[in-house]
Design a protein around this ligand. Structure first.
Ligand code: ADP
Ligand code: TRP
Length: 352
């Protein structure tokens, strides 16, 4: 050490700066049974994020109410969604798993946000715009859907929201509304960031288009193996026989197989495509086997859970309790800030 350095009094160490807590939140609509597209494009990635911090995952039944109009179907979809998510690996110890409508604080918060929502902002949102451009009647539920979604996020001080590309616009709306509210009333809400789930994870359906309920080309994660097999055997293929060598990349049957097969099997299948001399039927059979293998454990867990309804009820009840505790705090902070509560606004920094 130089003499100079010896004479300089040691600088006090600055205290380590606390990192803001990470809170992951996402929701999924119970508008049907989950299909492979939902799993690889969304659910799998939510589950991977469940242990990076506090996490909240919910079944968005209030959102689904804008499309599912049969009460018994909605009830069944919600229950199935919960069973599916837990069977697929959502761990209720790490994450609060709950049903959106079990947290009424969120609907109350929606109203507060509604009062700072410009009509023009909602008019630009694609769910509403698409429906209108197709000449369909939209209700106020669909129009204000992004406000409810904003409340879903802000109620839990979420910092990271994993979503598909189609939902990024709604997170922008959420940030806008939170920013306006904060500007008017002080630092009430935490601004969330979207986490785009793996780009390119576009799972093709049985007809080669994007797999989607709306195209009736889905293969559901937990449907009967015999039904699944029938659908797979009917997957459309191109008219060239596979006896001719063919490039696997971009072939939707190969893409589906790749989702399930370990790397070595995928490479072996790619080599077979390039070599030629075998049929699409062989690829389909390999896909049936690979998919069955991939979901075998989850299928077993799901059967066990379904046989014991009390377990899933308890998971959802506990999840709602955790969610309500957090949402209640945030709602009371927001009400105090804007003058709805007799209590004065909390001093700055009241945000936990
Ligand atoms: P659907 O198109 O069947 O109605 P949703 O719109 O309810 O499905 O999708 C729920 C989530 O699953 C979204 O986050 C979406 O990005 C994802 N997802 C749906 N279909 C696919 C697909 N084919 N490939 C990748 N991700 C998908
Ligand atoms: N709108 C989302 C979808 O259709 C579901 C959803 C509702 C959501 N509320 C949310 C997703 C809050 C993330 C955060 O996929």
């Amino acid at each position: 050490m130089s003499d100079d350095a010896k004479n300089v009094p040691p600088r006090p160490l600055s205290p380590p700066r606390a990192l803001p807590p990470t809170r992951v939140l996402s929701g999924i609509q119970p508008t049907g049974r989950f299909h492979w597209g939902n799993y690889f494009g969304a659910i799998r990635q939510y589950i991977e994020l469940q242990s990076v911090g506090e996490s909240y995952f919910f079944i968005a039944d209030l959102h689904a109410l804008t499309t599912v109009r049969e009460p018994e179907r909605l009830r069944a979809f919600v229950r199935d969604a919960a069973l599916d998510l837990v069977a697929l690996g959502l761990d209720p110890v790490h994450a609060a798993l709950f049903v959106q409508s079990d947290v009424p604080e969120v609907t109350e918060l929606t109203w507060l946000l509604m009062t700072v929502t410009p009509m023009g902002l909602l008019e630009r949102c694609h769910a509403f715009k698409d429906k209108k451009s197709r000449g369909m009647a939209a209700d106020a539920g669909l129009f204000t859907y992004p406000v409810l979604m904003s409340a879903d996020i802000l109620a839990y001080d979420a910092t990271i929201v994993p979503v598909g590309e189609d939902q990024v616009q709604h997170i922008e709306v959420c940030r806008d509304l939170a920013g306006t509210f904060n500007h008017l009333y002080g630092e009430v809400f935490t601004l969330p960031k979207p986490r785009l789930v793996e780009a390119g994870a576009r799972v093709p359906g049985t007809d080669g288009q994007k797999m989607s309920k709306s195209y009736e080309n889905t293969i559901e994660v937990f449907e009967e193996p015999s039904v699944q097999k029938k659908k797979i055997m009917r997957i459309t293929t191109d008219s060239r026989p596979l006896e001719e060598p063919k490039e696997p990349e971009g072939d939707h049957l190969f893409d589906l197989f790749s989702l399930f097969a370990p790397a070595a099997e995928r490479e072996a299948m790619a080599a077979l495509y390039r070599r030629g001399g075998f049929g699409y039927g062989d690829v389909k059979k390999a896909l049936v086997a690979a998919a069955a293998d991939f979901f075998a454990d989850a299928r077993r867990r799901r059967a066990e859970l379904a046989a014991d309804p009390g377990t899933i009820d308890a998971i959802l009840a506990r999840g709602a309790e955790r969610a309500r505790a957090k949402a209640g705090d945030v709602l009371s902070r927001a009400k105090r800030a804007c003058g709805l509560s007799r209590l004065p606004a909390q001093p700055a920094g009241g945000k936990a």
